[in-house]
Design a protein around this ligand. Structure first.
Ligand code: UD1
Ligand code: CA
Length: 498
């Protein structure tokens, strides 16, 4: 499965890349080294349709902006198109939203004024279609499409010398997909739509299991000419892109080819949230498999969530029910224990994280976290530091080899190296209006239950007494003790009885 993975699916790995099948250029003279396509014609233009309402998602978020393994849906086909060597990538958007903000630089946007159907959507991009180029049309809701699948379709299209090549797949439960109608000799006649209540297909046609994947390669000039003749004379009252096929065929029976995709996972569409969950499962499986092939141990891939944007070094171990999100990266030899969640967090080498929650934190080599620690934005554990059990740290530097082992809150603090923070220490960093910093030097020993009322500084090699509320600076090597002296009332129990 992964072998077909394009960049859309390929996590950024710092270890050796997983094996990826080469994208074979079409056998023709004049191919420049390093290019996928014939250098004598423009590189293919990929048009990605994303202007539809996506009503079946029942969401206030546009369908193509729903996240899939750390990236919006629309970013997946865009990444595949780029990796396939597309000369231009055009996304068709509608005027009500700004997909542009979510697209990488260099991707062009065409606006379809009203969602009149997939044929009208491609027509909205007509001005950006070079008549000499091969145009690949991809639905924006097929995130599992890979660079290899696009390049293979273009190669098949060139080999067939067709004006249109439709990628088709066979599904056991073809549901709402358009059915492929072939004639007696097997050539493609047309597609009939089978969407929801408004159905163009006859009961016999509904039995057909070969469906339109929504991915096509066209001759640019022939496509633009045919688009001008499309109408909306069908059950949905929409302008259907597949209706260009019979038109192209009318003038030349060999003009329409089909390219069978034998792995339907490549072109599964996302129309509702159940389909999104299924696509997510497949995408996650590819991501996890790629990491395992690259030397990461994932104990239970089925329960492990890793965004496509995460970087893992070889010899990282990921235990069950771990979630790794965003720009998280993990260095070699580190173990992320069961039930941990890391978001936008940088983990060095040989780090152990047990059952903890880390967000925008940084943990350097040899440090340990948890169990049950919460590292919040800008918590930084220097090498071999420790954030132990029921410890919360935010916006603080925890020096090299310094330990915060138990039940503490450290916020807005700078702690030097070699220091030990006693159990239950709290930085009182907030006076109700402003946050203040606590500075604790190196090789300091704080007693249990010390409260630091910031701003306050404890010098190098100083001590604090257990239960102290430190409101004033403690000089280096001093003992700061700030608690009421104990008084014992002798014979109290006997007096009480009387
Ligand atoms: C479409 C195909 C169907 C195919 C299926 C594969 C048509 C008429 N039907 O059906 O044959 O089996 O894809 O997944 O082409 N869009 C626009 N503007 C519009 C309408 C749609 O940009 O006016 C975009 C949508 O945002 C979406 C894509 O086109 O990304 C497909 O639209 P959708 O409504 O999901 O088509 P399907 O019913 O899935
Ligand atoms: Ca669809």
């Amino acid at each position: 499965m992964w072998e077909a993975g394009g960049p859309g699916l390929e996590p950024e790995l710092s270890g050796p890349k997983p094996e990826v099948l080469p994208i074979t250029p079409p056998p023709s003279a004049g191919v420049e080294p390093g290019r996928y396509y014939d250098a004598r014609v423009p590189d293919p233009t990929v048009v990605i349709l994303a202007a539809g309402e996506g009503t079946r998602m029942r969401s206030s978020t546009p369908k193509v902006l729903h996240p899939l393994c750390g990236r919006p849906l629309i970013a997946w086909p865009v990444a595949a198109a780029r990796e396939a060597g597309a000369g231009r990538v055009v996304v068709v958007d509608n005027p009500k939203r700004q997909l542009e903000e979510h697209l990488p630089d260099g991707v062009e946007v065409a606006i379809q004024e009203e969602p009149l159907g997939t044929g009208d959507a491609v027509a909205a991009a007509a001005a950006l279609i070079d008549p000499d180029a091969t145009v690949v049309v991809v639905n924006g809701d097929v995130p599992l499409i890979t660079a290899e699948a696009i390049a293979t379709l273009v190669a098949a299209h060139d080999a067939a010398r067709a004006k249109a090549t439709m990628a088709t797949m066979e599904l056991d439960a073809p549901g709402g997909y358009g059915r492929v109608i072939r004639d007696g000799d097997g050539s493609v006649l047309k597609v009939v739509e089978a969407k929801g209540g408004a159905n163009d297909a006859t009961p016999e046609e509904l039995e057909i299991r070969e469906v339109n994947t929504g991915v096509f390669a066209f001759d640019g000039g022939a496509l633009v000419a045919a688009l001008q003749r499309l109408s909306s004379d069908n059950a949905q009252g929409e302008v259907y892109l597949p209706d260009v096929l019979p038109m192209l065929r009318d003038s030349d029976p060999t003009a329409v080819a089909a390219h069978f995709v034998d792995d339907p996972a490549l072109t599964l569409g996302v129309n509702d949230r159940a389909e999104l969950a299924e696509v997510r499962r497949l995408a996650q499986q590819r991501i996890n498999t790629a990491h395992m092939r690259a030397g990461v141990t994932i104990v239970d891939p089925g329960s492990t969530t890793i965004d496509v944007t995460v970087t893992l070094a070889p010899d990282v171990t990921i235990e069950p029910y771990v979630q790794l999100h965003g720009s998280t990266s993990i260095g070699t030899g580190s173990t992320i224990g069961a039930m941990s969640t890391l978001t936008d967090t940088q983990i060095g080498e040989d780090v152990t994280v047990l059952h903890s929650h880390l967000t925008q934190a940084r943990v350097d080599d040899g440090a340990t976290v948890g169990p049950f620690a919460y590292l919040r934005p800008d918590a930084h554990l220097h090498p071999r530091a420790k954030a132990g059990t029921f410890v919360e740290i935010k916006n603080s530097e925890i020096g090299e080899g310094t330990k915060v082992p138990h039940l503490s809150y450290v916020g807005d603090a700078d702690v030097g190296e070699g220091t030990n923070i006693g159990a239950g220490n709290i930085t009182a960093n907030y006076d109700g209006r402003n946050k203040h910093r606590t500075t604790i030097g190196k090789n300091v020993r704080t007693g249990v239950d010390t409260a630091f009322v910031a701003p306050v500084t404890v010098g190098d090699e100083a001590y604090t007494g257990a239960g102290s509320v430190i409101t004033e600076d403690v000089p280096p090597k001093a003992l700061g003790i700030a608690r009421a002296r104990q008084r014992n009332v002798e014979g109290y129990a006997d007096r009480k009885k009387r």
